[in-house]
Design a protein around this ligand. Structure first.
Ligand code: DP6
Length: 327
């Protein structure tokens, strides 16, 4: 029946002020504030269909049945939505990314945001960005930010606060910047973010220092976005990135996500800056470099990164809109 089906379109996001560490593991609350840009055209489209004929939940990712672990994580989200909607039907979920899953752009953020919104809408409930963001955050904290377009903040969580959600800082039209992704390799990462940040918290002597510097860096990124000051945002973003990676590396065993291609791309970004281009770099729990620059410089930045040794290719994104629902 059509009233039990809905499709959601969510975009990936890239953090300028990074999230790494949890203040409450059970509720998946971040220990630090994070700020991101929602990325167009890096999209996940997810359709959820609740039906009495289904014996169990099913999840199809990019045309293939998902593994047990992914299905379990999705069923957990569906269970929460079913409880709120008082709906007792199993679901079939079909989800696809229009950007290559191995491109180094986190598909989990757009994936969980789209799953929450599509299942909520399929269950017949009205749009509720705040609750969508809080539910997405419980599944994967970076997903909370993909509910909103433009520039988005997820505050740090106070333990016990199940309602924490992301908040929009500025709409996409506020600032015409670009993110150029330098793809460093196509393989899947060894240690995922959830596991990695738990390890850092337990074992990294720099974890405290990382948490301690995060408020000031997020405040700088926020102020820089509002003032459209690329140098301010870029410098704070690079420090947030490198402080997070220092914390990761000092874990036991060490988490080294950076690869030779990463360092080569970082050198290119630095060289471009010397040549007068306002461009700054960030990396997540993987080797890819994501460069932030003005729209007018994006072609030059993309060419320089594509020409960098060991970089496989580049993708360019701009600030995208809020999550969209298609009934
Ligand atoms: C390095 O949101 O994937 O990309 O909440 O455990 O699912 P969980 O973690 P996740 O972590 C993302 C970490 C990051 C930085 C960021 O996106 O802010």
């Amino acid at each position: 029946m059509s009233e039990y089906t809905a499709t959601a379109l969510a975009r990936a996001n890239i953090a300028l002020a990074k999230y790494w560490g949890k203040s409450d593991v059970a509720l998946n609350l971040p220990a630090v504030p994070s700020i991101s840009i929602t990325l167009e055209p890096m999209r996940t489209e997810t359709t959820v269909r609740f039906a009495a004929s289904l014996q169990q939940d099913a999840l199809v990712l990019n045309g293939k049945p998902a593994d047990e672990k992914a299905l379990k994580r999705a069923s957990k989200v569906l269970d929460q939505v079913r409880a709120i909607a008082k709906l007792d039907l199993k679901a079939r979920v079909e989800s696809a990314n229009n950007f290559p899953t191995a491109s180094g752009l986190a598909s989990s953020a757009s994936g969980f945001a789209a799953l929450v919104a599509a299942s909520w809408s399929a269950a017949g409930m009205a749009r509720d960005n705040e609750r969508w963001s809080a539910l997405s955050r419980q599944a994967s904290a970076s997903a909370a930010r993909s509910i909103y377009g433009g520039f988005v903040e997820l505050p740090k969580g106070i333990p016990g606060d199940a309602t924490l959600s992301a908040k929009p800082i500025a709409p996409p039209a506020h600032w015409d910047v670009r993110i150029v992704v330098a793809v460093a390799n196509e393989g899947a990462k060894d240690v995922g973010s959830t596991e990695g940040m738990t390890l850092s918290e337990r074992t990294s002597p720099y974890y405290r220092a990382w948490v301690d510097c995060s408020d000031a860096l997020a405040a700088e990124v926020r102020a820089g976005i509002l003032a459209r000051d690329l140098v301010k945002v870029g410098e704070a973003m690079e420090q947030s990135t490198l402080a997070m990676h220092a914390c990761m590396m000092a874990s036991r065993p060490g988490l080294i996500y950076l690869q030779p291609a990463t360092l080569a791309a970082l050198a290119t970004v630095k060289r471009l800056r010397k040549e007068g281009v306002q461009v700054y770099a960030t990396m997540d729990a993987g080797p890819h470099v994501k460069a932030l620059c003005h729209a007018d410089d994006a072609e030059r930045v993309a060419k320089a990164l594509a020409d960098t040794q060991l970089v496989l290719r580049t993708l360019t994104a701009h600030p995208g809109p809020d999550l969209e629902i298609r009934k």
